[in-house]
Design a protein around this ligand. Sequence first.
Ligand code: HEC
Length: 210
Amino acid sequence: MRFVTAAALSACLAVPVLAAEIPGLPTISVERREQAVRDGFRYDKLAPELKARIEQDDTQRLCTEYRNEPPPEVAARIEKAALEAIVFPEDGKFLGDWKKGEALSLNGYGLRMGDDPKRQVGGNCYACHEMAPTELSYGTLGPSLKGYGKLRDFAQDAIKEVYIKIYNPNATVACSTMPRFGTKKILSIDDIRHVLAFLFDPNSPVNREE
Ligand code: HEC
């Protein structure tokens, strides 16, 4: 297991802070923008764990400054730091139970104000991805994942790549808008294994025809 401390991460991502410039609009300082977000959430009244979620981390700050299109060297630094902090399953097994993975992919519960922190948090993958052809309700922010494992011959390399994608999508797409399920502890390693099985088990509806 390998962990990167917040301090090490900020040291390796440190770049001069730019002001967000939008043509035709006055330049707004980073401090002013962040204060506006805090004010919008009535920051002073929030529980500490919600306060922490309003503060941008280094990756989010960089992606904001470059409007999600960082120059290649900054993107490479973000991706490298994300990749180095990924924790892989200790037993080397990537696939869990596809039925549990399907339930997690459909489940959008958790992390909203008022949600019970003791209840299982979902992956909400269908909010952004088409997955099994049997499910007709899905979002299109992310690419379709229909037939995902079958289209990749269920290859072990592809499974590992998707583990990384789910754990921290910034490891391959620096300013990806997909949630960092592992890094942000939204899903556990076991949960990620179940979702991987939903994408890669030959019996999963993702890999069967309608
Ligand atoms: C808020 C929207 C959103 C949610 C929720 C989301 N994703 Fe994504 N996903 C994206 C976007 C956008 C991309 C493309 C950018 C990238 O690759 O990071 C993507 C890319 C992917 C890819 C790579 C596809 C490829 O081969 O190019 C996989 C696999 C994936 N997501 C799986 C999942 C799974 C599994 C879940 C649920 C645990 C999930 N996603 C939840 C938005 C989302």
